[in-house]
Design a protein around this ligand. Structure first.
Ligand code: 2P0
Length: 327
């Protein structure tokens, strides 16, 4: 069978996915909205062969661990079931996602895998179907099928058939800048999967998250539609702070921020007080992403670059969805 290569880019959530209602199918408690980024991506080649009796996974040129291989076998099992064939694959995956940039590679990784593997086994799926397969590798991966601004619909059904992402805006339709600020930090202790689970089960603030999420989503959708940067920035920063507040109400409580995280948040709020529109968001780790309009990119970059706790800054713009590469 032919080898197929696909590429997918990472994404950053503006309105966060935080909590699952079904751990097995990876069904979220709420919709989320993201921007796919141009700079960081995963390129994955998949080839099925009846000569194999299990999946083989090469990650950045090295044979992956049993645990890592089990993770990629999950979406491959779904694909095998779809075609009714018990045939295994070699998966060769290269991450151009510097983990140093504070981005997880799971979103781009599972999106590229879904695209390459379905085509390699002979399926011709549309983006929505690919999004559903990528979702079952890692939730945020369902958004990386598309470029630009994307919304993941949580869906209502318990079988997950209506839980997939959709593009809101093409990457060329709104050129924002996203600065990924790498801070001096210690390794994170609580992975997002575990963190969101503990939050859903125990946080006294999780009800507040759920009660206000539809309003945040609606404001963000309108802001994107109207290219209203102040409106979008205000709601995305509020939403990130609210997500992190839920971790403080969990039992036992936990927090992703470190000292440097708070210092950057203050710097961005001070920049705004001086009239420069920039907003921050933070995922399940200490690093900060700053979002601004292109006209302010240079001043934001220069402000951050000079700070002692900033180790590195990567500047991104809205990027493309999945693409297939010639082998
Ligand atoms: C997001 N995060 O919307 C949120 C915000 C982290 C904070 O999606 O368990 O790797 O594989 O579905 O997608 C990171 O979690 O979690 C994430 P799983 P995933 O981007």
């Amino acid at each position: 069978m032919e080898a197929v290569t696909a590429r997918a880019h990472t994404n950053i959530a503006l309105i966060k996915y935080w909590g699952k209602r079904n751990e097995e199918l990876i069904l979220p408690m709420n919709n989320s909205i993201s921007i796919t980024l141009d700079k960081f991506y995963t390129t994955t080649t998949v080839q099925f062969c009846s000569c194999l009796n299990e999946d083989m996974f090469l990650l950045n040129g090295n044979i992956a661990s049993k645990e890592e291989t089990e993770k990629i076998s999950r979406p491959l099992n779904i694909i095998r079931k779809l075609v009714g064939r018990n045939i295994f694959a070699v998966v060769d995956s290269i991450n151009d996602v510097p983990t140093s940039a504070g981005f997880a590679s799971s979103a781009s990784g599972f999106a590229a895998l879904a695209a390459a593997a379905t085509k390699a086994i002979g399926l011709d799926l549309d983006s929505r179907e690919l999004s559903q397969i990528a979702r079952q590798g890692s939730g945020s991966a369902c958004r990386s099928i598309y470029g630009g601004f994307v919304e993941w619909h949580k869906g209502e059904k318990e079988d997950g058939t209506d839980s997939y992402a959709e593009q809101l805006l093409h990457p060329n339709e709104w050129k924002l800048s996203i600065l990924s600020v790498l801070l001096e930090s210690k390794p994170k202790k609580i992975l997002s999967r575990e963190g969101m689970k503990r939050t859903v089960q125990t946080s006294v603030f999780y009800s507040g998250w759920l009660e206000t999420i539809d309003q945040d989503l609606s404001i963000a959708r309108h802001a994107i539609n109207e290219r209203d940067f102040e409106k979008l920035g205000t709601v995305l920063e509020k939403n990130a702070l609210k997500m992190h507040a839920t971790t403080l109400g969990a039992n036992p409580p936990f927090m992703y921020w470190q000292g440097a995280t708070i210092e950057i948040m203050n710097v961005i709020q001070e920049l705004r007080a001086k009239g420069i529109e920039a907003y921050f968001t933070i995922d399940a780790g200490p690093n900060v992403k700053v979002i601004c309009e292109s006209k302010n990119e240079e001043i934001v970059y220069k402000t951050l670059q000079g700070l002692p706790m900033v180790k590195d800054i990567h500047t991104c713009q809205p990027g493309p969805g999945i693409s297939y590469l010639a082998n």
